[in-house]
Design a protein around this ligand. Structure first.
Ligand code: ATP
Ligand code: MG
Length: 414
């Protein structure tokens, strides 16, 4: 079917209250940045809704992209015609004609006309009949069911034109990006932290990412992999800032301590200290990690306790109660899984000791850190030597192969 535009609906909370215009502006900005790779498409705002004129761009491709806009509840592809009786009837019949392959014996439908432009001569009720009758005549296999129809043909008569549509595709929902503040996410090359990033963004947090690398212990490729992950996140957020922190010096110092079972605990604490300083610099009010309770030694409750004390900022762990399988499913849906499973060397996986502590002792950890007089200096240096890059939507090379599967899109929102 050749559609003319997409209709984007906001969440209900958008319709009232003093936040409305801020929320709308945020959504419009995100839509704009996601539409950059599609120059034909253009944006129009109306009370409680957004319209994207397709301008020749593929509607399936744009729906796949715009379903990701945080705060958008659903999307409908729309056919536009003039607000004149003949044209409306003709377009509605043509619309159904294109769907005919889906009709079976007993398929039911209903026409739902909304006359928004009150000067249009026929009432909504009259129009339901005027549009419905020729459809019934033409498609003998259809019958009317006003309560639970298989197909609901919606017709909105407006001053500037009439919109005809029937699909309502669920979108990601949540809060518009950044309307709940900003947080700094610790992004590794694994499966979990990108999912934690996306979950936080859906809750209305603007997310900046920080990654620790230990060149030459970790390769250039490992760093590029993390850049690719941040880029995949930018396909949701529009843009993503990624802070790349050199961690070699601190890591080397820890490996020379002879306290192998505490290395991960110590490294994580230093990561949190550096991330806290970056968060303060960037005016972010929380840290986020991809921790999931019990998944590995550093994610037991005692480990989380000792590690988490290294920061005074709220430490958010959106995946803490999720099963690995649920996390994997999400990572596939948001398009980070294929990047995450590429082989890589992380500064933590490289030096994983034989028996990392699942129950570190806070006093011992504090004491070890106190003996390392240069540690605060190294933390400062790491912050100073941090390199920041910005990634944009549409730069990802892994193709979303769901684009043509219209049916899948109806059921899922990501
Ligand atoms: P992930 O899949 O996110 O790597 P994981 O289950 O492999 O998680 P860990 O490797 O123990 O778990 O890491 C726990 C969390 O610590 C990660 O989710 C991430 O937030 C943070 N983290 C670990 N390594 C790094 C790193 N090199 N740079 C930034 N953050 C990191
Ligand atoms: Mg990891």
């Amino acid at each position: 079917m050749k559609y003319d535009m997409l209709l984007l609906r906001f969440g209900e909370f958008m319709l009232k209250g003093k936040n409305r215009s801020r929320f709308e502006k945020t959504i419009i900005n995100q839509v704009r940045s996601l539409l950059k790779p599609y120059p034909g498409a253009s944006l129009r705002k109306e009370f409680g809704r957004l319209y994207v004129d397709l301008g020749g761009e593929s509607h399936t491709e744009l729906i796949a992209v715009l379903k990701r806009v945080f705060g958008v509840m659903s999307i409908s592809p729309v056919k536009v015609t003039a607000s004149e009786l003949d044209q409306i009837v003709e377009t509605a019949v043509a619309f159904m004609d294109e769907r005919e392959c889906e009709f079976k014996e007993g398929t039911t439908f209903k026409v739902n006309v909304r006359r928004v432009w009150k000067e249009f001569p026929s009432s909504s009720h009259e129009m339901n009949h005027l549009v419905g009758s020729p459809i019934l005549r033409k498609f003998q296999q259809l019958s009317v069911d006003v309560r639970q129809p298989d197909i609901e043909l919606r017709v909105e008569i407006r001053d500037q034109g009439t919109y005809i549509f029937n699909e309502v595709i669920p979108a990601v929902g949540g809060f518009p990006l950044g309307t709940n503040g900003k947080a700094m996410l610790l992004l590794s090359g694994g499966i979990d932290s990108p999912v934690a990033a996306w979950s936080s963004m859906r809750r209305g947090l603007e997310v900046e990412c920080v990654h620790f690398y230990s060149y030459p212990f970790t390769s250039q490729r490992a760093k590029e992999k993390v850049i690719d992950l941040a880029r995949a996140l930018a396909d949701h957020a529009g843009t993503i800032k990624l802070h790349l922190v050199p961690f070699t010096e601190i890591q080397t110092a820890f490996t020379q301590l002879g306290q192998d079972n505490l290395i991960i605990t110590l490294m994580r604490r230093s990561m949190l200290r550096i991330a806290t300083k970056l968060a303060e610099r960037e005016h972010a009010l929380a840290l986020i990690t991809g921790d999931s309770l019990g998944q590995v030694a550093s994610q037991t409750l005692p480990s989380m306790n000792v590690i988490g004390r290294a920061t005074e900022l709220p430490l958010l762990r959106p995946l803490v109660m999720m099963d690995k399988q649920e996390i994997i499913t999400l990572s596939k849906q948001i398009g980070t899984y294929d990047i995450s499973i590429l082989p890589y060397d992380d500064c933590c996986t490289l030096f994983v000791p034989k028996s990392p502590s699942t129950n570190p002792n806070l006093r011992i950890v504090d004491k070890i850190e106190a003996t390392m007089s240069q540690l605060p200096e190294w933390v400062e240096q790491a912050v100073e030597q941090t390199e920041t890059i910005t990634l944009h939507a549409g730069e990802t090379f892994i193709v979303n192969n769901q684009q043509d599967e219209d049916h899948e899109m109806k059921e899922e929102w990501f």
